[in-house]
Design a protein around this ligand. Structure first.
Ligand SMILES: Nc1ncnc2c1ncn2[C@@H]1O[C@H](COP(=O)(O)OP(=O)(O)OP(=O)(O)O)[C@@H](O)[C@H]1O
Length: 360
């Protein structure tokens, strides 16, 4: 067993990359920072140890946001060449948003990485997210009020833009990667944005050592994310089963002419609350009109819906017992059924206009 400050052995690396042995090609996302340079070095050593390993393509994205970025990309190219690997630099072109820059840059980066993977015939893009990154992500989402799905933080494998995004180092502490680089005598770039307290993540990163001095074990944050991911996967399976259960109760004659979803209210009410929430979230998000619905708002909607269902027996016939719009969907309870359909276009446009103008 290795401790948190020991370099990663060849044996450990074989275990970390075992899932990718039969892949035709892999893209390694390398910014030039310590974690991704370590990923590149470990992957190169692992690939050399195989008789017929996957082709490796190293990709660096230059977001055009820092003057040093071009030089850092050239340095990654030099390091990649020394390891016998092909390297490409991709540039994020076009106008940059004034707000939400880190999120926009991340979106652009993943899009460019996925395009590079498709062009190279690679099945996976590997990033160097570590256990420390996972702990930070969990904390960020906790403070933002995420639910079980969000608090599951980053997945080891996730489908995105037609390729698999893989994070083989998600259980590895950053300190082990730094030790690995030291042993291999490899340099890396220091990106000051990682310490820029104008952004939330660096501020939270600075908090982690303080939490540790309070007797907290930072490993527990990543562990919690893994436990919640497990619980989340179970709830998803239950939600699949609940959808089948509701379809069976409908005996195939449910009205599906609304371009949305429709459930029998009594069957819906019998399901556990978390599952009812998932079904509503799924139905609203499946319409795809305004991006994912906010969990807190769906919770309020569910509370109203539960109340309406409970009181529906006495509701006036012919009029919906509930009618609400949320994230581009119109949710109504009428005739003993819950309907989730696209909201009338006029109201949707009004909401989008308000959101663009910065309104709520
Ligand atoms: N500009 C980039 N080009 C290619 N890959 C990137 C880039 N920025 C981030 N990544 C990938 O995403 C992972 C996580 O990004 P993050 O911003 O947390 O890392 P970083 O601070 O750039 O440094 P490090 O390389 O040490 O992780 C990186 O490890 C890397 O695999």
């Amino acid at each position: 067993m290795s401790d948190d400050n020991s370099p990663i052995s060849a044996r450990e690396a074989r275990r970390l990359f075992a899932d990718f042995k039969t892949a035709p090609a892999l893209v390694l996302a390398v910014s030039g920072g310590p974690d991704s340079v370590a990923l590149m070095w470990l992957a190169a050593r692992w690939q050399r140890s195989l008789a017929r390993g996957p082709r490796l393509l190293v990709v660096t994205v230059d977001h055009g946001l820092r003057p040093e970025a071009a030089r850092e990309a050239r340095e990654v190219k030099r390091q990649a060449a020394a390891l016998g690997l092909t390297h490409r630099t991709l540039r994020w072109r076009g106008a940059k948003p004034k707000t939400g820059l880190p999120a926009a840059a991340r979106e652009a980066r993943y899009r460019l990485l996925a395009q590079a993977a498709c062009a190279a015939g690679a099945s996976h893009v590997l990033t160097a997210h570590t256990r420390d990154d996972q702990a930070e992500t969990l904390l960020m989402r906790l403070l933002r009020g995420s639910g079980i799905a969000g608090l599951s933080a980053m997945a080891r494998l996730a489908e995105r833009d037609g390729i698999v995004l893989a994070r083989p180092l998600l259980d590895v502490p950053k300190s082990q990667l730094v030790a690995t680089l030291k042993r291999a005598k490899l340099g890396f770039a220091d990106d000051p944005t990682n310490r820029d307290t104008a952004f939330t993540r660096p501020r939270l990163r600075a908090l982690l050592p303080q939490l540790a001095t309070e007797g907290g074990d930072i490993r527990n944050l990543a562990r919690l994310a893994a436990r919640l991911a497990r619980a989340n996967a179970a709830v998803e399976v239950l939600a699949d089963g609940a959808e089948r259960f509701l379809r069976l109760r409908d005996r195939g004659d449910a009205p599906h002419d609304l371009g949305g979803r429709s459930f029998e209210a009594a069957g819906f009410a019998a399901l556990p609350e978390e599952v009812r929430l998932r079904l509503l979230l799924r139905a609203i998000n499946a319409l795809g009109h305004e991006g994912p619905a906010e969990l807190g708002k769906v919770e309020s909607l569910l509370a109203a819906l539960d109340q309406a269902i409970a009181g529906a027996r006495t509701a006036t016939k012919g009029r919906p017992a509930l009618k609400q719009t949320l994230a581009g969907a119109l949710i109504s309870l009428a005739g003993g059924r819950i309907h989730v359909a696209p909201a009338p276009a006029r109201r949707r446009k009004e909401r989008i206009r308000k959101a663009d103008a910065g309104g709520s």
